[in-house]
Design a protein around this ligand. Sequence first.
Ligand SMILES: O=C(O)CCC(=O)C(=O)O
Length: 284
Amino acid sequence: MQLLDKPWQNWINENFARGCAFEAMLADMLKAGISKDVALFNLNNRSDQALVIAEGGSNQQDGPYEQEASYLFQHDNTIVTLDGQQIQVAMRVTAPDVVLLDNFMTHEECDAFCELSKSTLVKSTVVDDATGASVGHEHRTSMGTYFTLGQNDLVKKIEARIAEVTGTPVPNGEGIQILNYVGGGEYRPHFDYFPDTIGGRVHTAKSGQRTITVIMYLNEVKAGGATVLPSINLSVYPKKGSALYFSYLNSKGQVDPSTLHGGAPVIQGEKWIATKWIRERIYM
Ligand SMILES: O=C(O)CCC(=O)C(=O)O
């Protein structure tokens, strides 16, 4: 992948240092005629390396990402799961592979997740590219907590539902993560797949790359708080019980940079979500 010339690298470093939003810089670079893949690669492989971009950067890979048929596209309008949940396909995008699912969880299940999490919330972290350690970062200002696999009946039920809908084995899933954003809380755009760095490889060594993200909305936010995918100008506003699915690893081992996504600042009210990340192999 092409590294941009020095003036562009300086422009990227200076704008990051000034606190410019990732998506605004990406938009400026696209306007200047730089291709999306090259822009994302350079934004995530900055020459000064002063800042960690959350949850991964772009992977060094040959050629553009080759989109493959989505497992979820086999369904038409409704998916009825084994536990009887009638899930509606509300929106699909083909590239990247993104599907919005309504009625993924009942309101009672959403409320129960929030209630069970309230007492164990701690400040959210990101993965340090250099070491793989979990570190706090100004780009991620939510509070969060994790459930272990199969921790209780509710977790078991939702894990089974996620596995059925995504066509993946339950043990490949990382523990469900609950996130709570209040007053201005956000998660700036990032990738969920791990970068091809020392820190990233610490995470992929055992269970492989992340392949799929499922973000489940546990409440409605008064203002702000959309999940944004800036590469395709998509904003998904939280609707209690709905879920956003996207996949980003193909059979050639390429990862899809157009799944860059983030949680926009919560302007009014608060936001609760549950996130599931799925791996290539059993999660250890
Ligand atoms: O808050 C959101 O809507 C996005 C969360 C997110 O990006 C993540 O959990 O990876």
